[in-house]
Design a protein around this ligand. Structure first.
Ligand code: HEC
Ligand code: HEC
Length: 350
């Protein structure tokens, strides 16, 4: 493959300019700070102050949630009665038993197959905008998408309110959560609170960042170094190791590796803005739990993580990388997998 040299533009170059010093700052300096600090199980505020100069940082292992409210959201999330033909729930495409997503390349809803791979709802609340093309900036607005989409739930808020209000069990749940009356607003409030509770702290890599040197093996450590040196971290950064920027998919090569002609491809953000500058812009994917969420990319073009890494190195960093580096990066990405959100086990045990 031939790589064209493309000038780094916009935000990326800004990040590099500001970030060079930070980028290669050894993790050990963070660890040193952590060891002199008593917050080994920090809250978000502790973590923000501790990692204020880091490009990636852990998810707090303790956070508050309102269980009665989340119980409402959890029940709604799994209820097929919310879709127009009682066949599809949020859970159909965002499986809470496994990875908060699904294993097919593209989703199938009430009206057949859609065109994009389902994103996981685990840690989704940490993303700065939602959907592959970042088209909404709040989880509440995000839900208008699946609720109305003919290929998802093909329903409406009015129909959902009628359905939920007709069920005595829901009345009790809404009452216990103190969010009566049942309305589009209270339903959305409960679904958002539930999704905000779906965080997955304590991945081996987070434990490593928090000072446990033995939490990841040496291949993962090599992978973490390569991830920084190759510049993956320029795009995949923040608490979600991604989900915080929009970038062109195919930075060095216009993603021709999927074998499609340019005009057959999903043009990402351009489909919403019709601005040429937005062609092929997609939200940088979060890499948390990535080993558990194949297939990869907005079109689910591969289920093989090593192949996904190779594609990224080629088209996003302009580097052909050796097999050992691919394997190290894969080991690093595996270390980003954490147990399912704890709140699910609490709800399931009830
Ligand atoms: C038919 C399958 C399907 C159903 C049903 C569905 N989703 Fe999705 N969901 C998807 C797909 C596919 C995407 C990615 C679409 C895109 O980016 O264009 C997605 C994206 C999302 C995202 C964005 C995550 C992120 O990181 O940006 C959230 C949050 C979400 N869905 C929540 C829900 C909720 C809540 C419901 C129920 C009200 C629901 N979904 C129902 C398939 C589905
Ligand atoms: C210039 C920005 C940029 C760089 C650099 C970059 N990525 Fe990405 N990455 C993205 C974008 C954008 C996506 C989402 C692409 C899409 O629309 O499918 C993505 C997606 C991914 C995915 C698929 C995740 C999923 O759930 O589908 C993996 C894995 C990944 N990147 C790993 C890497 C690795 C490893 C590197 C370094 C070798 C890297 N990336 C470098 C922007 C970047």
């Amino acid at each position: 493959m031939v790589y064209r040299r493309v000038l780094l533009i916009g935000l990326l170059s800004l990040i590099i300019a500001i970030g060079v010093g930070i980028l290669f700052a050894p993790v050990s300096s963070l660890i040193d700070r952590q060891e002199h600090d008593s917050h080994s199980h920090g809250t978000n505020a502790d973590i923000n102050s501790l990692y204020q100069n880091a490009l990636v940082f852990p998810i707090p292992s303790h956070f508050d949630y309102d269980l009665p409210l989340i119980r409402v959201g959890w029940t709604l999330f799994r209820d097929e009665g919310l879709s127009s033909n009682n066949s599809v729930s949020c859970n159909s495409c965002h499986n809470l038993q496994t990875n908060g997503a699904e294993t097919t390349p593209v989703s199938v809803g009430v009206g057949g197959a859609g065109s994009r791979n389902s994103l996981t709802v685990f840690n989704a609340a940490l993303n700065y905008r939602f959907f592959w093309d970042g088209r909404t900036n709040s989880l509440k607005k995000q839900m208008n998408g699946p609720v109305h989409a003919p290929k998802e739930m093909a329903s409406s808020w009015a129909a959902i309110v009628d359905y939920v209000a007709s069920k005595p069990d829901y009345r009790t749940l809404f009452d216990e959560a103190n969010i009566l009356p049942i309305s589009a607003d209270s339903i959305q409030h409960a679904l958002v609170a539930f999704q905000e509770s779906l965080l997955t702290p304590n991945s081996p890599f987070d434990r490593y960042l928090n000072g446990d040197q033995y939490a990841i093996d040496s291949s993962s450590k090599q992978g973490w170094i390569a991830f920084q040196e190759l510049g993956c971290i320029n795009c995949h950064q923040g608490q979600n190791i991604g989900g915080s920027l929009m970038q062109r998919f195919g930075y060095y090569d216009n993603a021709t590796s999927d074998g499609k002609k340019a005009n057959e491809k999903d043009m990402g953000r351009y489909l919403i803005t019709q601005q040429n500058a937005d062609k092929y812009l997609f939200r940088v994917a979060s890499l948390r739990n990535v080993a558990d969420t194949p297939p990869y990319f907005h079109d689910g073009r591969t289920s093989n993580l090593e192949e996904a890494i190779e594609i990224m190195a080629n088209i996003q960093t302009g580097h052909a990388i050796e097999l050992t580096v691919i394997n190290d990066l894969s080991a690093f990405l595996h270390s980003l997998s954490a147990p399912r959100p704890q709140v699910l086990e609490i709800l399931e045990r009830e």
